[in-house]
Design a protein around this ligand. Structure first.
Ligand code: CA
Length: 250
């Protein structure tokens, strides 16, 4: 297997409220994009990633039930902290989680971070955004292109840790040797169009592709925190208990 992670504060924001988890050997990957005032977003995204880390340490194989429990646990913990710690009031986070088992990946997803699969040079968004503009696109009210610059594009309709809807989308998708999976926060997809992401992944080895994607988001303005994981399915089988990489800093 091969996987790589990039995260960057961007050019405008003072903190990086994204968090990410990568356990390459076990095939577990997650991106969380926190929201909330004054560092609270960082707390929320870190708590979501912690729940993923505990999941990866406890279970040897993926299942939809395990993913559902993990998301529920993360939600309850974050909401509990938000309700009891005044500094964390109102915080929440997205979570896009992928766990590969054999020729499938299992996905849990809440919010507007994204998971894509690139196969045969073609990029396909596998998750659906839980955002107001995505609902408007699905309803035919605006185009995907208009959504990218819509003034309300930051409004998400589901999040972990908030009292509203937190229901995760749970899905399985097939994966083949040669597929490249991309998990990312909206700091990438809000700045870089899918066609350019597709080209960067198609034309570069994994590490260079990750560098290129981050550079493109920064050069486009870097208005938000940028986090991305690239994972190439090279045919090897995930192992139990691998080396993990957790990223978190301000
Ligand atoms: Ca963001």
């Amino acid at each position: 297997m091969a996987a790589t992670l990039r995260t960057d504060r961007g050019r405008i924001r003072r903190q990086n409220e994204d968090a990410a988890f990568m356990d390459e050997k076990r095939g577990v990957f997650a991106v969380a994009d926190g929201m909330g005032g004054h560092l609270a977003g960082e707390v929320a995204s870190s708590m979501a990633v912690d729940a993923v880390r505990r999941m990866a340490a406890k279970h040897d194989a993926p299942s939809i039930a395990v993913l559902r429990d993990t998301v529920q646990d993360a939600h309850r913990e974050i909401l509990d902290r938000a309700l009891t710690s005044p500094a964390c009031s109102g915080m929440g986070t997205t979570l896009s989680l992928l766990w590969r088992g054999g020729s499938y990946v299992y996905i849990a997803h809440v919010g507007d971070s994204r998971i894509y699969r690139q196969r045969g040079g073609r990029l396909e968004q596998i998750t659906q955004d839980h955002s107001l503009v995505a609902e408007m696109v699905r309803g035919g009210l605006i185009t995907a292109e208009q959504a990218r610059t819509h003034p309300r594009r930051n409004i998400i309709t589901r999040a972990l840790g908030t009292p509203g809807d937190n229901t995760p989308d749970l899905l399985a998708a097939d994966t083949r040797p040669g597929d490249v999976w991309l998990l990312c926060s909206d700091g990438l997809t809000g700045m870089v169009e899918d066609a350019d992401i597709e080209r960067a992944i198609a034309e570069n080895p994994l590490e260079q592709a990750a560098d290129a994607l981050l550079r493109m988001a920064l050069e486009a303005g870097g208005r938000d925190n940028i986090t991305l994981i690239l994972y190439r399915h090279d045919g090897q089988t995930p192992q139990a208990r691998g080396e993990e990489t957790t990223w978190k800093r301000d």
